[in-house]
Design a protein around this ligand. Structure first.
Ligand SMILES: Cc1cc2nc3c(=O)[nH]c(=O)nc-3n(C[C@H](O)[C@H](O)[C@H](O)COP(=O)(O)O)c2cc1C
Length: 186
């Protein structure tokens, strides 16, 4: 059975480089199916909103996560950290605690920036946050794409850099392997 992978982009920007990178995963894969999981419609997290039943946007978002075998987050870095919209989405996914949908879920992390450090600080934070939710983040491998603006065709909105394509291809294979071998939580 081909794996179904949910893609979450940490940028809400229309011409987001990170979204182009995420789209390249869809374009290069013939072994997995992909579904976009959007985070732009989620309200700001507020525990008061949990009272009296979940909101439709939240239940749809959480069902989308539940419905895939694994999630790949492709995110920029803002001020050496996780973008607020992505943190908000992860907080919603984790609540209520007994129905935290990322618990036990295989997750891969990719980040792209026009800068030189490839979103390393954001990824450290995202990993820490996901581990707090007991998500199974693919260990060891990092995809830190620097100078991303030189690696894509902005007009066509496609990744053009061959080395990055090959690296992403390998990462995708490793992630699919990780889905199959992720430890089961009691
Ligand atoms: C508020 C803000 C803070 C940023 N901070 C960083 C940063 O800490 N490190 C970095 O590499 N790029 C930083 N950038 C630049 C982003 O990498 C750049 O805007 C990138 O294009 C955002 O990703 P996107 O194209 O997917 O939207 C920042 C951008 C914004 C808007």
């Amino acid at each position: 059975m081909p794996k179904t992978i949910g893609l979450i982009c940490g940028s809400l920007r229309e011409n987001s480089y990170n979204r182009i990178i995420a789209q390249s995963l869809i374009d290069m894969s013939n072994t997995a199916q992909f579904r976009w999981i959007e985070i732009n419609d989620l309200p700001l997290f507020n525990e008061d909103l949990e009272i009296g039943g979940a909101l439709k946007t939240i239940t749809s978002f959480k069902s989308a996560i539940q419905g895939v075998d694994g999630i790949i987050i492709v995110s920029p870095e803002y001020n050496s950290g996780i973008p607020g919209a992505l943190k908000n989405a992860l907080d919603w996914a984790s609540r209520p605690r007994e129905s935290s949908v990322l618990s036990g879920k295989p997750v891969g992390l990719i980040g792209a920036t026009p800068g030189g450090l490839g979103t390393v600080f954001a990824q450290m934070q995202i990993r820490q946050i996901l581990e707090a939710m007991q998500a199974h983040v693919l260990p060891f491998q990092k995809v830190l794409i620097s100078q991303v603006h030189e690696k894509i065709d902005s007009d066509q909105k496609v990744l053009t850099d061959e080395k990055t394509k090959q690296y992403l291809q390998r990462y995708l294979q490793q992630f699919i392997h990780w889905i199959d071998h992720t430890p089961v939580l009691d």
